[in-house]
Write a protein that binds this ligand. Sequence first.
Ligand code: DLZ
Length: 167
Amino acid sequence: MSSAHKNLSIFSTDNLPDISKRRFAIITAEWNAEITYALTAGAIKTLLAHGALSENVVRVTVPGSYELTFAAQKMAQKYTIDAVICIGCVIQGETKHNDYINHAVAQGLTNVSLKYDKPVIFGVLTPNTEQQALDRAGGIHGNKGDEAAITAIKMLAFQPERSDLPF
Ligand code: DLZ
């Protein structure tokens, strides 16, 4: 999905499915809110631009990225939710706190996705600096929230029995 220009928001949107009846949950961590709210705005805009109805996009917050897993589980277990998009930003600090959070969330979200058999998208930035985060939240590297939304849409269309490579 990323291009040679490192604009992470350039991706193929050919053959996306009809999502007008799909329901999404977006969970946003409040830590580094300037970043995570920009990512969330990008994700919502992209879902709506591709046919999702605003009332079908549930939006909730959690205090920090570490809490994304618990909230994702609560959302994924609801039969009314088709896909969960988790948004966070864990900036490297002076301690290894970021390592523990990042690994726990990545593993936790994977577990939730597999347990509930639904797309659970890891829209968590793990930058070394705040500038790297800004670059990916509507800056020179696009908006990773857009990419998270497109990933959710594409995964809703995933069909194990369909061959979709052009070669
Ligand atoms: C504690 C903490 C730290 C140091 N850094 C971040 C961060 O950069 N991004 C983030 O989303 N959350 C951070 N947190 C908070 C944890 O995710 C979590 O909310 C607390 O450890 C409480 O469980």
